[in-house]
Design a protein around this ligand. Structure first.
Ligand code: 6PG
Length: 252
């Protein structure tokens, strides 16, 4: 299993480490195939990262013309709704950098319903990546205290296909769209941003007890051919530090 865990002191340290890795991933992808495809999530971790990427020195370190932004999940609300992940990304990052509008690929919201929008986003991915299964250069993920990630919640069956509609989400709002686990694990690089004491127990269950399986979607995210990097702040990683598995600033 190819997973790295990095303990980054405070949430601000974590955001700086994530920004450094984002810049590196963007440069690598551009050098390898001329463009950088990244899927964003919502939540507190991504928010801090986006705010940092929007300002110097990070905003000058990325060739935004070659960046293509997608979403790992989205709350099924209009894009101007305060709950929208697209709104979060726009207000904190996308409106502040020189990314072409055509390079931003939000998950759709339409009255035709979430299933229809999931199919529509699958077509968007097909158009961009071609017929082969999408391999994102980078997927950014958060994790909830219950082990959910993107909008993959514990106890739900595996979804088929690339994009799924999710109903009755335990985290509001109740209706969402998400990339499937199968597609996420196809990425070249996956970075988790996990901060806060409410995540400590779940970090311990995943990395000390070694739990996986259906109840813990985050534990099942492992890039099949790429790297899976967990950036965890001191509060979320306290049990790893106590168990002597990792020091502050350490990584395995
Ligand atoms: C969303 C998500 C979700 C989120 C986690 C962690 O709700 O839009 O993408 O998976 O990343 O719930 O959120 P926090 O970092 O706010 O705890």
């Amino acid at each position: 299993m190819n997973r790295e865990i990095f303990i980054a002191g405070t949430p601000d340290d974590l955001a700086r480490e994530a920004a450094r890795r984002f810049v590196e991933a963007a440069a690598d992808a551009r050098a390898q195939h001329g463009r950088f495809s990244v899927a964003l999530s919502g939540g507190t971790g991504p928010r801090k990262l986006f705010e940092l990427l929007a300002v110097a020195p990070y905003c000058h370190a990325v060739d935004w013309q070659s960046v293509h932004v997608f979403f790992a999940d989205e709350r099924f609300v209009p894009h101007d709704n305060q709950d929208s992940n697209m709104l979060l990304a726009s207000q904190t990052l996308l409106n502040h950098v020189s990314i072409p509008a055509a390079n931003i690929h939000p998950m759709p919201f339409s009255l035709s319903g979430p299933e229809d929008c999931a199919s529509h986003y699958t077509k968007t991915l097909q158009l961009f990546f071609g017929d082969s299964k999408p391999e994102f250069d980078l997927i950014l993920l958060g994790m909830g205290p219950d082990g959910h990630t993107a909008s993959l919640f514990p106890g739900r069956p595996d979804y088929d296909g690339w994009v799924a509609a999710v109903h009755e989400s335990p985290k509001p709002p109740p209706t969402r769209l998400t990339l499937t686990l199968n597609l996420i694990n196809q990425a070249r690089r996956i970075i988790f941003l996990v901060s806060g004491a409410d995540k400590e127990n779940m970090v311990s269950r995943i990395f000390i007890s070694g739990e996986a399986g259906e109840p813990l979607p985050a534990a099942n995210v492992i890039a099949r051919q790429g790297s899976t990097e967990w950036l965890v702040d001191r509060a979320a990683g306290a049990s790893l530090i106590e168990a002597g598995i990792l020091d502050d600033g350490g990584s395995i």
